[in-house]
Write a protein that binds this ligand. Structure first.
Ligand SMILES: Cc1ncc(COP(=O)(O)O)c(C=O)c1O
Length: 426
């Protein structure tokens, strides 16, 4: 074990999981270089954050400029980068999202979004969807059901949180329409037997379930949830922490649907690697949240906000390229699925693609060992990929938006070869 790994193990809480043992020396664009000069293309994007690639020059430069001027306010004085970041957000977020607050992490943004909805509706109940990942703070982990292990040791979690199954057609072995009907049926049963809609302030959903397995919400499902929320005065909250900032080849996943949320939570790619997150809603809703009902010391840090402005100035031009990459990737993975019996399903939205690996296609048996094999095969050939899903068997394919068409082919060729290698051992 290298000296730094040993020191790391000795002093850093082991509860934080790492996907590789790489000790990074520098990172630029697709590539992370370690202390020994080895390099890897980071198709994990620092867990869906560096959508513009590592250390994007425009982002670094904006952050440097801000760092030299003002690096912290702590809500003592105002500064320009936070206003500019919010003004730009207002231009790209879904219709009806008009005013913003900032925080540091996705979990904080989700908690703020739910607090806002609860405050506004004066109702405390929250509906979440099975398979969701909303974070690990005590509130957000109460909404997280992508894997039971995240709540192990913390029960009871926050009360009045009700979990409805998210439609998982592939895993349930049913059509999309059938899955939607099943989920809506469960929601109706919840209202009938467990809690009346008049007690629910927020319905919290990822428009594409991320950590839970890269399941896009069927359009019909979101449309029906919107109608139910409107009927009962419930606020529809989109967690776009992972789906936002170009990950689905649009600014937000909501752009793929005819449904707009009442409240949005965003994070991850917003500042391409500096800690920042945000929540937004209509002017009326946010202006009804009085001074002191929520707050933060570091949220909306000047340097992170300057980086976010640079991200928003840069990313728009890349979205058409991201759409092309998405089509290329889906075409290639669907072709791979014809040849590799290990691929059970290919799904996702934009550049948020899940490739589910199974040991038995008919039974859809999750194959974590296959994922581990392909992951190592790729890692040994300079490509980092990570997984998602409660069974650890889904390739979470999230290339940076700056990836060229050739680089995308190279990465998919490696996955193809890794699968061939795995299947040869079976
Ligand atoms: C959809 C979603 N919401 C919330 C979070 C929590 O974000 P953070 O880890 O920044 O608290 C994540 C993180 O993976 C996420 O994917």
């Amino acid at each position: 074990m290298s000296d730094l790994l040993a020191r790391h193990e000795n002093i850093i809480a082991p509860v934080i999981a790492f996907d590789t043992e790489v000790i990074a020396e520098r990172a630029e664009g697709l590539w992370v270089t370690d202390v020994n000069g080895n390099r890897w293309a980071d198709f994990a994007c620092g867990t869906a954050v560096t959508n513009l690639g590592h250390n994007h020059p425009a982002v670094v430069s904006a952050a440097h400029d801000q760092l030299d001027r003002v690096m912290h306010s702590g809500c003592i004085f105002r500064y320009d980068s936070v206003v500019e970041a919010a003004e730009r957000l207002a231009k790209i977020t879904p219709p009806g999202i008009e005013k913003f607050g900032f925080a540091n992490s996705g979990a904080e943004a989700v908690e703020a979004a739910v607090k806002l909805a609860r405050y506004h509706t004066k109702r405390q109940g929250v509906i979440t969807f099975r398979g969701a990942f909303h974070g690990r703070t005590m509130g957000s982990v109460s909404y997280t059901t992508s894997n039971a292990k995240y709540r192990d040791g913390y029960h009871p979690v926050l009360g009045s949180t009700f979990v409805v199954p998210f439609p998982h057609p592939y895993r349930w072995g049913v059509s999309e329409q059938e899955a939607v009907e099943r989920s809506l049926h469960e929601l109706r049963l919840l209202f009938k037997h467990v809690v009346t809609p008049e007690n629910i302030g927020a319905m919290l959903i990822e428009p594409v379930q991320g950590e839970g397995g890269y399941y896009p919400a069927p359009a019909a499902f979101l449309e029906e949830l919107r109608a139910i929320c409107d009927e009962h005065g419930i606020m529809l909250v989109f967690d776009e922490v992972q789906t936002g900032f170009g990950r689905t080849a649009e600014w937000f996943a909501a752009d793929h649907f005819s449904v707009d949320p009442d409240v949005i939570a965003i994070g991850k790619g917003i500042a391409n690697g500096l800690p920042l997150s945000a929540y937004g809603a209509s002017r009326e809703v946010i202006d009804g949240w009085p001074v002191g009902a929520h707050g933060t010391t570091f949220g909306g840090n000047p340097v992170s906000c300057a980086a976010a402005v640079a991200v928003m100035d840069t990313m728009g031009d890349l979205l058409p390229h991201a759409r092309q990459l998405s089509k290329q990737a889906f075409d290639r993975f669907e072709e791979l699925a014809q040849r590799h019996p290990t691929i059970g399903d290919v799904r996702g939205l934009g550049l948020m693609i899940g490739v589910e690996l199974v040991s038995d296609r008919e039974q859809r048996t999750p194959d974590k060992a296959a994922f581990k094999h392909v992951q190592k095969y790729c890692f040994d050939r300079e490509l980092i990929i990570i997984e998602c899903g409660p069974d650890g068997n889904i390739i979470r394919f999230i290339p940076p938006l700056i990836t060229t068409s050739e680089e995308l082919d190279w990465a998919i060729d490696l996955i193809d070869a890794g699968l061939t290698d795995w299947e040869a051992t079976r």
